[in-house]
Design a protein around this ligand. Sequence first.
Ligand SMILES: Nc1ncnc2c1ncn2[C@@H]1O[C@H](COP(=O)(O)OP(=O)(O)OP(=O)(O)O)[C@@H](O)[C@H]1O
Ligand SMILES: [Mg+2]
Length: 231
Amino acid sequence: MSKDGFIIEAQGIHKTYRMGAAQVQVLKGADIAVKRGEFVAIVGASGSGKSTLLHILGALDRPDKGVVRFEGRDLSEMSGGELNEYRNKMIGFVFQFYHLLDELNVLENVILPAMVPAGIIGWLSKRAGVKKRGLELLKAVGLEERATHKPYQLSGGERQRAAIARALVNEPRLLLADEPTGNLDSATGNGILELLERLNRAGQTIVMVTHDERVAKRAGRTITLADGKVK
Ligand SMILES: Nc1ncnc2c1ncn2[C@@H]1O[C@H](COP(=O)(O)OP(=O)(O)OP(=O)(O)O)[C@@H](O)[C@H]1O
Ligand SMILES: [Mg+2]
């Protein structure tokens, strides 16, 4: 934890995408700071850089300029191995389009992040515990009957719940969710928001991106991105 009690803070984040001669200046000094236990929504128009900022917080992308600190540690000072561990263990990432693997069943998808760092020997010794945790998570998101189904056999809302279970399998200290309801009808989206609220009440820190003000209202605090900065 940083001395200010922030789990994650980003200061002066700049990001420009260059495609040939064209440049898109997306972030021009964006700042965000989130305390442990908070549920924060990032809103802003399409193209305002919400996903870009979330990817930078999750070390899926790097800023051109600016600092991201997780529990007081500057991500730019972490080694490749430390960054992998950060992405795999500290952070859970939920994508708008789920990114589940159709070759694996639902339970296998959920426990995949727990298998990655284990290696074959580690995996053999951890397998039972990890499977148990995967099944508990599936129960928590209401998918216990679907453990052996393939993702393509699930509805959109069920896939998103599976993706949330996967994001939680390594007990991340921070859950990052990019438009977790963006692809769902409002009743299904509401179920996902109730799940996020329940997780937050149980102590999970969450940063969620949405373009929908009504969705954002479900979070404890909203920050707005416009013109590359937080208003
Ligand atoms: N890899 C990339 N290469 C070039 N331009 C990019 C890339 N990623 C994003 N952009 C551009 O950066 C801008 C911000 O994109 P970003 O995806 O962060 O917006 P957003 O706020 O998440 O929008 P939406 O609500 O539509 O998801 C957009 O103009 C986009 O075209
Ligand atoms: Mg986006």
